[in-house]
Design a binder for this molecule. Structure first.
Ligand code: SF4
Ligand code: SF4
Length: 385
């Protein structure tokens, strides 16, 4: 296993981290949610530790709030002390300062540990950032650090670069966690966020290196680009190597569901050349062309400009189209469907549309939004968690 410096905290973590959001699950007929397969999850987590993975990422909410307790049980009996645990508390459950402390105490119990190595504010958003500052949430986390309940403070983030930069510059965070992959170089926090975190020596953890697993699939146009390179690699390898290449990155999370995926990833992240600056100019060019080829498969020509927003009914139009396009690009709707379930919970999904037409007048791409939302909804609806 390759190891990397964890920012200014100065210790080494495995370049491959295990995300505990996609543990194997069991579907039972008649149930409206799936249950985590405990036996398989314990096997995966312990195998990962035994083969050099020393960074595990969980969160209060993953797997219907069971991910932390599953990780805690898997790491019992001696495994805990071999690894770093990162977990997160979402702002939505920080109702009072006392709540924040109770949530952390509960998480410690679930994880069967006295301390958390890295505690994150989960999914800081532009809309919540001012309140997080006013409510002095970071100062609350500092108290936990002083008391030894947590060792480091971080945040995870899914928005655009300007807000990311504002958050990063506001406080000397120990770490930050962002979505990045070969398709998101100029999306979400963008490649600029990687550089900015690196300049501050803030440990940087990457999530969604395969865009929800989608980048392990490739349409024919992408496959032929990859096949033009002398060394034969899977689409997932190409996508991972794109992120491995950044020297600023401390750890790359992968939500591995099967033993086969775990073994393949451990093998890849253990190679001598799975190191920063591993990509040649030729490889970078292939990845750039592959990005364009993936994007050309997307069938709704939405650029994500957001001119159509706000919708009076709250529909997150570009988000719905993004999920549909991702499913089309990768030929696999499982991850977009799961994301859409959260969109529905926030009542931002296509079913909220009342066909008022306000958005269509504002779309520079002249997309027939009302009809396309129906098409997208038909493909994205129906995930069972
Ligand atoms: S047509 Fe539908 S999506 Fe567009 S603004 Fe009206 S309600 Fe929102
Ligand atoms: S205005 Fe059109 S292109 Fe821009 S986000 Fe909305 S639907 Fe997409």
């Amino acid at each position: 296993m390759q190891y990397r410096l964890y920012g200014k905290l100065g210790y080494q973590v495995s370049a491959l981290g295990m995300g505990c959001m996609r543990l194997p699950r069991i579907y039972k007929p008649g149930q409206d949610h799936a249950e985590v397969d405990l036996e398989k999850s314990f096997e995966l987590i312990r195998y990962a530790v035994e083969h050099g993975v020393n960074y595990f990422d969980s969160a209060y909410a993953y797997h219907n709030k069971t991910s932390e307790s599953i990780l805690g049980e898997a790491l019992d009996n001696g495994y805990r002390k071999k690894v770093k645990i990162a977990t997160k508390q979402p702002f939505a459950v920080m109702k009072t300062q006392a709540n924040i402390r109770r949530n952390l105490e509960n998480t410690l119990r679930k994880l069967r540990t006295d301390y958390i190595d890295v505690y994150l504010i989960h999914n800081v958003q532009k809309e919540s950032w001012d309140e997080i500052k006013q409510r002095r949430i970071i100062e609350e986390f500092e108290k936990f650090r002083d008391e030894g309940m947590i060792k480091a403070i971080g945040f995870s983030y899914h928005g655009s670069f300007p807000c990311f930069k504002e958050i990063l510059d506001y406080y000397p965070w120990d770490m930050c966690q962002i979505q990045q992959n070969m398709l998101d170089v100029d999306r979400e926090a963008t490649e600029e966020a990687i550089k900015a975190a690196g300049r501050k020596k803030t440990a940087l953890v990457i999530m969604e290196p395969l865009r929800g697993g989608g980048l392990s699939n490739a349409p024919e146009s992408v496959r032929s680009l990859y096949d033009s390179y002398p060394e034969k690699r899977t689409p997932a390898e190409w996508a991972f190597r794109h992120v491995i290449n950044y020297p600023e990155v401390s750890c790359i999370l992968s939500g591995m569901t099967t033993m086969e995926q775990l073994k393949q990833n451990i093998e890849l992240f253990s190679r001598p050349d799975a190191v920063p600056d591993c990509l040649s100019e030729e490889e970078k060019e292939i990845i750039q062309k592959a990005k364009a080829a993936y994007e050309s498969v997307a069938s709704i020509p939405c650029t994500g400009c957001e001119y159509c927003l706000p919708c009076p009914k709250g529909v997150h139009i570009p988000g719905v189209f993004f999920g549909f396009n991702a499913g089309t690009m990768f030929g696999d709707f499982s991850q977009p469907k799961r994301s859409y379930m959260f969109t529905k919970r926030f009542k931002q999904d296509a079913s909220q549309c009342v066909a008022c037409g306000a958005c269509e007048k504002k779309c520079p791409q002249h997309i027939d939004i009302i009809n396309q939302l129906k098409v997208a909804h038909a493909s994205l609806d129906g995930w069972i968690e």
